[in-house]
Write a protein of this length. Structure first.
Length: 226
């Protein structure tokens, strides 16, 4: 009987030791993952960056428990937005823009990102003759910058990299512009890109936008090089 009791106690001690070891391992894993960088997955749950990268889905970068790692605005793809003549430059675009907006970012392709009174970020795509809300606020916009697709969509980053590598650099108060606007069937290619003074870019395409807007619905617009 005594030997049997000893065996039972020994078995219980081993089981308890196993539980302690498992709990310790679990705690170490939790502690490790609490300090890992996370991305929001498409189903709205946090997933480690390593996993997101492995499956090819880079998502907005956050830390566990809501501590965000926000990327900076990519200055290599933007121009100074500090100007005193925005009212004149945007005169022909007013029908697209919301009331009370404030210029926020200007891309090297002359696309203007604005902050709306409700905090949302909108984008005036001059080359496409359209305006759209692209982020719920400035923080949301910056979170999306970890996504290469957004860098390409918003800043046309790959095109700028190719242009600058080829020595086609911007001078003061200049931006890249399309020879044939994307909204008129222009190609998203290096061959369709020129350099213009910023005011000419907004004025010139603004006049085209206004003329297009005055045409009857369904009118076919044919773009030709001058």
């Amino acid at each position: 009987m005594h030997g049997e009791n000893c065996a039972i106690r020994t078995s219980r001690l081993k089981a308890a030791a196993g539980e302690v070891e498992a709990a310790t391992s679990e705690f170490a894993q939790i502690n490790y993952e609490e300090n890992a960088e996370y991305h929001w997955s498409e189903c709205g749950r946090a997933a480690p960056v390593a996993y997101a990268n492995a499956v090819g889905h880079p998502h907005r970068s956050v830390l566990a428990f809501g501590f965000m790692t926000l990327p900076g605005i990519p200055s290599q793809y933007t121009l100074s937005v500090a100007r005193s003549d925005w009212a004149l430059l945007l005169a022909d675009w007013r029908s697209l823009l919301p009331e009370g907006f404030a210029p926020w970012l200007l891309t090297k392709f002359g696309e203007l990102l604005v902050s709306q009174p409700d905090g949302k970020i909108g984008m005036l795509q001059v080359s496409s003759f359209k305006y759209a809300v692209v982020a719920k606020d400035q923080t949301d916009f910056r979170e999306w910058l970890v996504d290469p697709d957004k860098m390409s969509e918003w800043f046309l980053a790959p095109l700028i990299d190719r242009l600058e590598a080829a020595g086609r650099l911007l001078g003061a108060q200049q931006c890249y512009s399309f020879v044939q606007a994307l909204g008129l069937g222009g190609a998203l290619s290096v061959e369709n890109i020129t350099v213009l003074p910023i005011e000419n870019h907004f004025y010139g395409w603004g006049k085209v936008f206004r003329k297009i807007g005055s045409l009857p619905p369904g009118t076919e617009v044919v773009a030709r090089r001058a």
